[in-house]
Design a protein around this ligand. Structure first.
Ligand code: ADP
Ligand code: ADP
Ligand code: ZN
Length: 217
């Protein structure tokens, strides 16, 4: 069983690593951002609410976010582990997660923090394209798909996220520094935190994360 959290600022490479790690370890990829974007596509009540926050770069309220994660982690496919991508992002979310993982009896084993400098984050977010179908991330200059605008994994079209503009990114970075970064101390104290340089080549980084997991499994 492998249970892990991927943390880091917007653009650090969480989604990129998540896609590869869940393949290797055969665990579900639980991205709260993807879940909200799915809900927005479906125009569900959750989607309508979440869109108001996401488009401007604000965080969706904790009670709403905690509820969707609680429901998701209770599903059968999480029995043999899970990878949380982009959750928790606030101290109240981390507290809620402690409760949820106790309920399901599958505590978090690894908190993987991926970081990059602000200049690189802006470069990555402004050139990011994502698959409309499976949400795999690409970059217009440095992580191009084999065929222009077509997803390598599923053949879906690539799009730019509504919140991947410089204005919303500023707001997202503000929330990251104020609300998410304090979580690093929280997880450092519990001995779960492992930090990695996200500006490295993606395969080098993937190997580092996998070595950590395999050494401690
Ligand atoms: P990024 O790839 O930039 O880190 P995500 O796809 O993880 O972004 O999240 C996109 C947006 O969805 C966030 O800016 C926020 O509005 C919302 N969101 C995602 N996860 C959370 C969370 N744990 N708490 C609150 N809002 C969230
Ligand atoms: P996050 O989920 O943390 O917001 P993504 O995984 O979506 O980040 O990556 C953000 C952007 O940076 C994407 O355009 C992606 O192609 C690119 N990217 C991710 N990892 C790397 C890397 N190690 N080197 C160069 N570009 C990367
Ligand atoms: Zn795809």
């Amino acid at each position: 069983m492998i249970t892990m959290i991927l943390m880091g600022p917007p653009g650090a490479g969480k989604g990129t690593q998540a896609k590869r790690l869940v393949n290797k370890y055969d665990i579900p990829h639980i991205s709260t951002g993807d879940m909200f974007r799915e809900a927005i596509k479906e125009r569900s009540e959750l989607g309508i609410l979440a869109k108001r926050y996401i488009d401007d770069g604000h965080l969706v309220p904790d009670d709403v976010t905690n509820a969707i994660v609680r429901e998701r982690l209770a599903k059968d496919d999480c029995q043999h582990g899970y990878l949380l991508d982009g959750f928790p992002r606030t101290i109240p979310q981390a507290m809620a997660l402690e409760g949820i993982t106790k309920e399901i009896n599958r505590p978090v084993q690894f908190v993987i923090n991926i970081d990059a400098d602000e200049k690189e984050l802006i470069r990555r977010i402004s050139g990011r394209r994502v698959c409309k179908v499976c949400s795999t991330p690409y970059h217009i200059d440095t992580m191009k798909p084999k065929v222009e605008n077509v997803c390598d994994v599923c053949g879906g079209p690539l799009i730019q996220r509504a919140d991947d503009n410089e204005e919303a990114l500023r707001v997202r970075l503000g929330h990251y520094y104020e609300q998410t970064r304090p979580l690093l101390d929280f997880y450092k104290k519990s001995g779960l935190l492992h930090s990695f340089d996200g500006t490295q080549d993606l395969n080098v980084l993937l190997k580092q994360i996998m070595s950590l997991v395999e050494e401690n499994e």
